[in-house]
Design a protein around this ligand. Structure first.
Ligand code: ZN
Length: 331
């Protein structure tokens, strides 16, 4: 019945999710483990192995044709290694090799989680049918991925589109990445909350100091909370405008917890874009919320696998691929 499934893995700092995904993006079998907090490289890999063993126990595993991994970054798709900032046990960890040991002879594709999110939004979400898009996750960090000419563009190492670490403030605060004034340093949830607290915003009786709480205050008219979101919106607008000017994206898709703030973020973001995206060819740039839900990472890992493999085949000249406006899963 089911042919040509992809075993997808979505690896983050809190959980390792897996699924068998069909050609329509349906998740037929799921498995999940918590990411061992502070675990050694081998302990985290063991959790990944358990997810794969659980998936492989399904009779549907026989239809799996490939494994697609979206991992917290940075990743190195060439070397098959990952060094996620939020998984300290993994530094240049040979994830692809570890996954291969559980996945028989299936081909394994690795991309960063921002690239996977972009693949999901392009395949089935807000960037569907768009040839040139930047898709972003604005959450505890800020990541992203690019679709150009109708194809996902993971870049040689699987990290292209990592807009969170573009500098938009030349003399700005140091960023944990080693840079300065990065988009993430201003626009991530923790940085929105930090700025609000620094300037006198105080949480309510529930002591919630998350960006969501700042967003609620902004909605209620708190000027410090509003200013913190406006500052984040300007940083995002500057990064999006720079991207649009460089590669002519037509749409920017924003997902992640901070994007759930809605118009508190999107209204000043659209306003600021008019300030930064000024040339004629970027003035029509749209900014919209993401449409994919919590499964975006898994669906994107499956889709990225297809896109990356098709692109590679096309580059190798073994097969001419008609450019498609939609991502597709393996094979
Ligand atoms: Zn940075």
């Amino acid at each position: 019945m089911h042919k040509d499934l992809v075993a997808a893995l979505d690896i983050g700092g809190t959980k390792i999710a897996g699924a068998l995904v069909d050609g329509g993006g349906e998740l037929l079998v799921r498995a999940q483990r918590p990411t061992p907090p502070g675990g050694t490289g081998e302990q985290v890999m063991a959790a990944v192995g358990e997810v794969l063993v659980e998936l492989a126990a399904s009779p549907l595993w026989a239809a799996a044709r490939a494994v697609g991994i979206g991992s917290a970054g940075p990743v190195d798709a060439k070397a098959g290694t990952v060094s996620p900032v939020n998984i300290p046990g993994w530094r240049e960890y040979p994830l692809v090799q570890g996954v291969r040991e559980h996945a028989g002879g299936l081909p394994v594709t690795l991309v960063g989680d921002g690239v996977a999110m972009a693949a999901a939004e392009h395949w089935q979400g807000a960037a569907r049918g768009r040839a040139n898009a930047l898709c972003m996750v604005v959450s505890t960090g800020v990541g992203g991925g690019l679709v150009l000419g109708g194809e996902l563009q993971p870049g040689p190492s699987g990290n292209a589109g990592h807009i969170g670490h573009i500098s938009v403030d030349l003399d700005g605060d140091s960023c944990p990445c080693g840079g300065r004034g990065c988009v993430e340093r201003i626009a991530s949830g923790p940085n929105i909350a930090r700025r609000a607290l620094d300037r006198g915003w105080r949480p309510g009786a529930d002591k919630d100091v998350s960006a969501a709480a700042v967003a609620a205050s902004a909605r209620a008219g708190d000027s410090v909370a509003i200013a913190s979101f406006e500052r984040a919106a300007r940083a995002l607008a500057a990064g999006i405008a720079a991207t649009a000017t460089l590669v002519e994206i037509e749409i920017a898709v924003l997902g992640g917890g901070v994007a759930k703030a809605g118009e508190v973020l999107f209204a000043p973001l659209r306003r600021s874009l008019r300030e930064y995206a000024t040339l004629s060819f970027v003035q029509g740039l749209e900014v919209v919320p993401a449409q994919m839900g919590t499964d975006a990472g898994l669906i994107g890992a499956a889709a990225a696998c297809g896109d990356v493999r098709h692109a590679r085949v096309a580059r190798a000249g073994r097969r001419v691929r008609t450019p498609s406006a939609e991502g597709r899963p393996c094979p």
